[in-house]
Design a protein. Structure first.
Length: 107
């Protein structure tokens, strides 16, 4: 029933894995001997570290969604137990909350 979502999540997971590896490789690359260049590199590193953090968080969400699929509970709100709107899952396949609970959670 949710095979399209599984395919979408698996594809996104692979993309994120590649992005994380590339960002980490860039973070561990050699540094310039020039002090002003090093300052710029440090600023770039901060941006890269934040991108890695965000990608890792998204990866956790994807893994949770895949685990709920495996457990047969995908598409159910983890807060109230109601079904999550299929349109919401199509737009955000790693959603764990229905719109009502997500709205209450963000307030």
């Amino acid at each position: 029933m949710y095979e399209e979502h599984r395919t979408q999540l698996e594809s996104l997971k692979k993309e994120l894995e590649i992005r994380i590896v590339k960002a980490r490789a860039s973070l561990s690359s050699r540094r310039s001997a020039d002090w002003s260049e090093q300052a710029t590199e440090r600023e770039n590193d901060e941006v890269l570290m934040e991108l890695v953090r965000e990608a890792e968080e998204e990866m956790l969400q994807i893994k949770r969604a895949l685990a709920t699929m495996d457990a047969g509970k995908y598409g159910q709100c983890t807060k109230c137990g109601e079904d999550i709107n299929p349109q919401r899952l199509s737009a955000m396949p790693m959603s764990t909350l229905c719109i009502r609970c997500a709205t209450e959670h963000s307030s």
